[in-house]
Design a protein around this ligand. Structure first.
Ligand SMILES: *[C@@H]1O[C@H](CO)[C@@H](O)[C@H](O)[C@H]1NC(C)=O
Ligand SMILES: *[C@@H]1O[C@H](CO)[C@@H](O)[C@H](O)[C@H]1NC(C)=O
Length: 339
């Protein structure tokens, strides 16, 4: 880094720098030495500032600033955790217990599609855990949305008396640190019509003479390689509650039937729905996923072909491809080193 950069970073010493400039290449004078000395001090200060902000991020010092930010965050409205689950009670307990400790959580809705209603012991356990974990005795409401029919569409059923504007849709087997969830929530607040999530996917047009217009569906590798995505999956995403309403009441019944029958692709359908409503791409937030369960449908063979079939089916239903590409990735600037 040159002296000019330091001056730019400081924002204040540019005049002094310019005045010294003319004579910088002459024999060292007292003034130039002084100038260089100041630059050294400035650099040292910047380095110190960076280190202290880093350590405060790591929770070592500066607790009061973090607490103040927390208090500010809590005075605003929070989000509802919308969790889909199926007969995996230990995972359910683990993830509810984790998210209950996140500061901006307002309530928890568990989408229940099993033939038997949730047992009293499970309810009691979860209520107890939520009370224990929630910050400062804040009341986090727990509700089971019990469904008669077993369908993946249940996951996006309209919730009539939802207190928050936004839901954080999550599978029962994925855990993100609360700091990342809070950050994603911040991103959503900046773009409340968008779907904001941690798991990007992408579709690609394919030219093959026999299939006509056909799209493929690609996972993580393709997103990583191209830096491009067009969907974020609802296994970990924020979106406005109006989309639950649209999904339940406006989306073509044929799409919902297709999803119930195939037991797949409700998340792609949600991506289509939001893209069609906004004509805009979703927003991918950087985050480290921790999958606590072992297998989901995505680890079954032939998965991407099935997903591609869904994409093409939905394109046919919509009469166009609504998904929009993006290469934006939202990153928490506190975790970055310099700028
Ligand atoms: C795909 O086919 C269309 C016409 O059928 C053509 O205009 C387009 O350039 C082709 N795209 C690629 C990537 O080959
Ligand atoms: C897509 O969006 C348009 C315009 O908002 C709307 O009229 C149409 O019903 C939507 N299509 C589907 C399949 O939801």
């Amino acid at each position: 880094m040159g002296g000019g950069d330091v001056c730019k970073a400081m924002g204040g010493c540019s005049l002094a720098y310019r005045r010294g400039e003319k004579r910088l290449w002459n024999l060292p004078s007292a003034r130039n030495t002084k100038f260089l000395l100041w630059c050294c001090i400035a650099l040292a200060l910047i380095t110190l500032a960076c280190r202290s902000s880093l350590s405060s991020f790591a929770g070592i010092t500066n607790r009061s600033a973090v607490d103040a930010a927390d208090r500010l965050a809590r005075s605003r409205k929070g989000y509802t955790l919308l969790m889909n689950t199926w007969k995996r009670y230990d995972l359910l307990k683990k993830s509810v217990s984790h998210y209950a400790s996140c500061s901006r959580l307002d309530s928890i809705h568990i989408v229940w599609s099993e033939p038997n209603p949730p047992s009293d012991s499970l309810k009691e356990y979860l209520e107890h855990v939520i009370k224990m974990k929630s910050r400062d005795g804040k009341e986090v409401e727990l509700r089971f949305d019990v469904n008669k029919e077993d369908s993946l569409n249940n996951r996006f059923k309209e919730i009539k008396d939802l207190k928050t504007d936004v839901v954080f849709s999550i599978d029962d087997d994925v855990i993100f640190p609360c700091s990342m969830v809070d950050f994603a929530f911040n991103v959503w607040e900046s773009a409340p019509d968008s779907m904001v999530g941690f798991v990007p996917r992408v579709h690609w047009p394919e030219n093959s003479s026999n299939k006509g217009e056909y799209y493929t569906y690609s996972g993580w590798w393709s997103v990583w390689w191209t830096g491009t995505y067009s969907m974020v999956l609802s296994k970990a995403a924020f979106f406005h509650k109006k989309y639950l309403n649209l999904y339940t009441n406006e989306m073509p019944a044929s799409i919902k039937e297709f999803i119930t029958k195939n037991r797949n692709c409700e998340d792609i359908a949600m991506s289509f729905l939001v893209a069609n409503a906004t004509n805009a791409p979703p927003i991918w937030v950087k985050g480290k996923i921790n999958e606590i369960g072992s297998t989901g449908i995505s680890s079954i063979g032939g998965h991407t072909e099935k997903r591609a079939r869904c994409v093409n089916r939905f394109v046919a239903e919509y009469g166009r491809m609504p998904l929009v590409y993006s290469s934006v990735k939202a990153v928490d600037s506190r975790t970055l080193w310099f700028w």
